[in-house]
Design a protein around this ligand. Structure first.
Ligand code: PNS
Length: 160
């Protein structure tokens, strides 16, 4: 069984992430979305909230499981018996960071392959930061995230 990890912060998960996930799910038997728990990075959503939101967004993709992890990504791959890491590439600006991450992961674990999928053009501008920025100023994010994630963002920014 071919298992791949789709890792990220996903703060929050966007329709662009979902597009990459759907396409990766067609290439592997099983995909694990790995939500990074990173104490040094302040996220808007807790790991549990992110797992819940992604699980709902991906509920129709049957070969997907969503879990959070901490520590090294390659260790998480070995623990889950994954043979590959999936990453989305939107533009040339993503390349430098992705190349660095690939190089580190490859150095640490030669048995784990990294597969890059190009973003669909309609999502090439989209990022979690853009979504938060637009949501914060009450812009329309309905085409950027699922209805549940839109609602959760509104709760974060407008309630209280
Ligand atoms: O969505 P992001 O924030 O670009 O995802 C980055 C992520 C989570 C894939 C990366 O930070 C990661 O793998 N972190 C785990 C720690 C690790 O393995 N670091 C070495 C490779 S950079």
């Amino acid at each position: 069984m071919r298992v791949a990890i789709y890792p990220g912060s996903f703060d929050p998960f966007t329709n662009g992430h979902c597009d990459i996930l759907k396409r990766a799910a067609g290439l592997f038997d099983h995909i694990i979305v790995g939500v990074l728990v990173n104490p040094s990075k302040s996220c808007l959503f807790s790991p549990e909230e992110r797992v819940e939101m992604i699980s709902e967004a991906a509920k129709d993709i049957l070969n997907v499981r969503v879990i959070h992890f901490n520590g090294l990504l390659v260790d998480f791959c070995h623990q889950t018996k994954a043979c590959a890491i999936i990453r989305g590439l939107r533009a040339v600006s993503d390349y430098e960071f992705e190349m660095q991450m690939f190089s580190v992961n490859h150095q640490l674990a030669k048995d784990i392959e990294t597969i890059f999928l190009m973003s669909s053009p309609r999502y090439s501008f989209l990022s979690s930061s853009i979504v938060k920025e637009v949501a914060r100023y009450k812009g329309d994010i309905s085409k950027m995230v699922t209805p549940l994630i839109e609602e959760k963002l509104k709760e974060k920014f407008y309630s209280s």
